[in-house]
Write a new protein. Structure first.
Length: 227
C-alpha cells in the first residue's frame, strides 16, 4: 500500500534496520569476546606477588585463583576451548562466547533485534483481517505462523535484554549470578557483589570504557574497605 502511495521512507528504514541487525549479528559472532592472551600472565604474576605478601584472608584466597594463570572473572569455555575475560555465557545462537569485549555489542544487537521484531509484529498484524472461513485460513496460514513465531522471538529477546541490563546494572555476569555459590572469589568475599560500584558507574564502565578492566584492583579495594 505504501509503495502504491509512493511512501517508501518506512519500508526503506525497515530494510536498513534489518540489515543493521544482520551486520551486528555477524560482528558479535565473529569478534574476539575477550580471549585471555599469553602477555596477560605478567600482570597476573604481579598481583600474585602482592597477594603473597598480604595477610588479608581474601587476598590469600585470591592467590589460589591467580595460580590458574587467568585474570579474575575469566572462565575457560569448554565449547570454545579458550579462557574468556569477564565470561558471561556461551551463546549457541551466535556460536560464540559473550565476554568483556563483545558483551556491550551483544546488548546493542538484542536492542536492535527487538525493534525489528516489534516492527515486524506490527506489519504482520496489519495484514491479518480475521474471517471465520476455511478459505481465509488456507490463504493466511503462512502469515499466522509468521506472526506466532515473531511473538515467541519477541518475548525471548525482551526477556534476554531485560535480564542482561539488570545484570550489567549490578556489574555481575550470567555465570556469576548462576554459580555464585561455586565461585571462590565470590563465595569468600565479605560483600555479596565485590564488583558493584553503583548503577551509574557500572553502566558507564560497561558501555563507555575503552580499555579492559583489571578486576583484581576493584576486588581488593572493596574487600579492604572498613565495614
Amino acid at each position: 500500500r505504501r509503495e502504491e502511495r509512493g511512501e517508501l521512507l518506512q519500508p526503506v528504514l525497515f530494510v536498513l534496520l534489518v540489515l543493521c541487525s544482520v551486520l551486528l549479528y555477524l560482528k558479535v559472532s565473529l569478534m574476539d569476546p575477550g580471549f585471555v592472551k599469553a602477555d596477560e600472565e605478567g600482570q597476573v604474576n604481579h598481583f600474585r606477588k602482592e597477594s603473597a605478601e598480604a595477610k588479608n584472608t581474601s587476598l590469600l584466597l585470591a592467590t589460589v585463583w591467580f595460580l590458574l594463570q587467568q585474570p579474575m572473572r575469566a572462565k575457560h569455555c569448554q565449547l570454545c576451548q579458550h579462557c574468556v575475560r569477564r565470561y558471561d555465557h556461551h551463546c549457541p545462537w551466535i556460536e560464540n562466547c559473550v565476554g568483556e569485549k563483545n558483551h556491550p555489542l551483544f546488548i546493542v544487537y538484542l536492542s536492535v533485534q527487538l525493534v525489528v521484531l516489534l516492527w515486524a509484529w506490527y506489519i504482520a498484524w496489519s495484514g491479518l483481517h480475521f474471517e471465520q472461513s476455511w478459505d481465509w485460513l488456507q490463504h493466511n496460514i503462512f502469515l499466522i505462523i509468521s506472526f506466532l513465531l515473531i511473538v515467541i522471538f519477541t518475548i525471548v529477546d525482551l526477556l534476554l535484554l531485560i535480564s542482561h541490563l539488570y545484570l550489567v546494572s549490578c556489574n555481575t555476569t550470567t555465570w556469576e549470578f548462576m554459580s555464585h555459590h561455586r565461585i571462590s572469589y565470590l563465595k569468600h568475599s565479605e560483600s555479596e557483589n565485590p564488583f558493584d560500584q553503583g548503577v551509574i558507574l557500572n553502566l558507564w564502565r560497561f558501555f563507555c570504557s575503552c580499555h579492559l578492566t583489571t578486576w583484581e584492583k576493584i576486588y581488593f579495594h572493596r574487600d579492604s574497605e572498613p565495614v
